[in-house]
Every structure is written in C-alpha cells, then in structure tokens.
Design a protein around this ligand. Sequence first.
Ligand code: OSB
Ligand code: MG
Length: 380
Amino acid sequence: MAAEHIPGVAIDAFELRRVRIPLVTPFRTSFGTETHRDALLVQAIPKGGASGWGECVADVQPLYSPEYVDGAQQVIERYLIPRVFAANTPKASAIAGLLARVQGHPMAKGALEAAVLDAELRAANVSFGAYLGAARARVDCGVSVGIQTSPELLIDVVAGYLESGYKRIKLKIEPGSDVAFVRAIREHFGSELLLSADANASYSIDNPDHINALTALNPFKLLMLEQPLTADDIPAHARLATMIESPICLDESIVTARSAAYAISIGACKIVNIKPGRVGGYLEAVKVHDVCAANGVPVWCGGMLETGIGRAANVALGAMPNFSLPGDTSASSRYFAQDMTEPFVLEAGTLAVPTGPGIGVDPLPESLREFTTSVQLIRR
Ligand code: OSB
Ligand code: MG
C-alpha cells in the first residue's frame, strides 16, 4: 500500500501525554540503569474519526543519544507542531520534509510522524503491517538482557527467558562486564543458542584493553557484536571489523538511510539494527530497510523499552521481508506488569503483527488513568 494512496487527515489538535510505567526488573546498560519507562505519547486528534498514536522513544536522560524526553516534548510543541499546522493538512509522507529545517531531534520527529500516519491509516482502514508490506503474520523475538552483577545470576536470567521461548539472547556488555559473562552463557547454553552482545558504544579502539576484550569474544561465535564504538565514528568500526571475528551490527551510528549506505560501503557493519525513533520515523526506517536489502545486509528491529503503542508499530515494521533476524521486540511481560495496551504475548517465540486499522491497538483507559503524569493539548 503505497503512501500516495492514503489520503491525508486534517489534524485539529495534538495531545502530548507523559506516562510513567514501572519496569518489572531494572534494566542496566553501559550508560545507566532504568527502573521505569517514562514515555511521551503523541496523539493526533482529527476533526472526526479515530485519533492516531505515536510513541516518542527518547529517554529521561540524554545518554543513549542527545535526545531526552522533556526536550523532545518541548521541541515538538515549539518547533514541530507549528510547522505541521502551517502546512494545513499534510500527509504523513510529507512530514519529514516539513520538519527537515529543524536540525536533529529524530525521536521527536518520528513520534509526530507516527501519530499522523496512524490517524491516516485508521481513517483509510489500513493496518500498519499492510501499509509497510508485511511479509509475515508473526515476527521472531529475541530479548535484550541487562548487565547483571555476576555471570551466575546472568545464567538464571537467561534461562528464564529461554523457557519463555525467546529465540535470541542479547547480552548488554561494557568493559569489565564482558568476556566472563559471554563465556558463561555460551558454555552453559551451548553452541546452538543465537547469542549476541550490545556494548552501547562503551569501547574505544584506542584502548588496548578494550580491543583485547573484544578479541577474546571471538571463540564464543556471537551472532553479532552491536555498536562497540562511539556512534559518530563509523570508520573506526570498519577498522575494528578487520581486527575481530564477531560480525559488527550498528545501532547508534545509523541515523539515516544515508548513514546505513555509507557504513555498509566501507565495511563497518554486516548487520543493522533499525529503530524508527533513532532514524526519525517509520518512513525513514523503511528506507534503511531498503538500502540494507539492496546490499544483502540483514536487519532486525531494535527497541527502546516501548509501551504497547510503540511496540505495535515496531512489530509491523519487523514483518517486512529483510527483517530476517529476531528483533528486540519482546513481549509486554518482559517489561511491564501492566502495559499501556492489551499485552503483546509471546507464542512460540513470536509476536503477532496487529491486523486492525493503523497500529491496531489502543491505550487502555485504566492504564491511561494509572500511568499518566501530565497532559498537554495543543490546538491548531
Ligand atoms: O541499545 O538496543 C539498545 C534499550 C534502551 C536503549 C538502547 C537499547 C535498548 C535495548 C532494549 O537493548 C531493547 C528493548 O527491549 O526494547
Ligand atoms: Mg543497541
């Protein structure tokens, strides 16, 4: 379903809603520990018909990327929504162009575009999956496991996820919490386990201890090593790729389809993690998918601890043909005791692509009541 065939919808107002939901277990990465998901939900309210929803994946602190949720909300209110309103009834496919003059802020832009796109698709009675060209009804799921205090504890945590049916385990690592943890998991669960590691940019190519540690991962046959080095140094990843055996996957470095094409062309990555928020929205995410497909580079859908709103759209994206590796799109229960939407439930290691109009899910009234911390209505 090409974008040109979906009519635009006149948006009367946007609601910016903050929700704060406790995580079932703290999530520790090389850049910090999260105990809650503090999300910004963007609701595009048309004159008539169903609202569209988008989830902004910016975190509370600017540690994964320069964006942070308070800043995202402010930039949406001050600089993004006025441009959308000034254009009258822009289609979702025109929004990235309207916002291009505003530098950066991909997560803020992506959330606004997602809300408008969802409103359009609901009005046209087309599901996100159908719109994106989903190639399958269910997507394979992996799980991203936070840094634990000991390898023994990590084995217990991973065992629990494998019992639930997850098809791939991703271990968060950082210098000092790497080789012993990966070795413990590989030795305990065997060579068949699809196992990857995500460093969140915490290693330096100039630090011999760091390079020794990454080289020491070679025997453990990782499916991939995700974003070992700083986001803005794609060439360093190409150099590292000649020094280690683990295939490199880029996350933070890939901010546009252009950067994906560049990274692939210089041999900086063999796999790409696609996060719609990081690249400025689902439409740019499709372009990243297409560039990778054209170069024979497999992709998978990353995650940012989304609520059911963002998850629904991510699962639809993950059903596109070149999403050939299990994603970080885990079940609701991996994150929350109660989600914003009906929970996404893992079955045989997969989640179902929603089939209803738009993202196919709605926030539950009781979750809106329980988790909302503020609401801001911005009228045309
Ligand atoms: O690097 O992929 C990452 C979560 C927050 C920020 C960055 C990352 C992650 C994850 C978790 O790995 C993915 C998820 O389960 O949503
Ligand atoms: Mg990552």
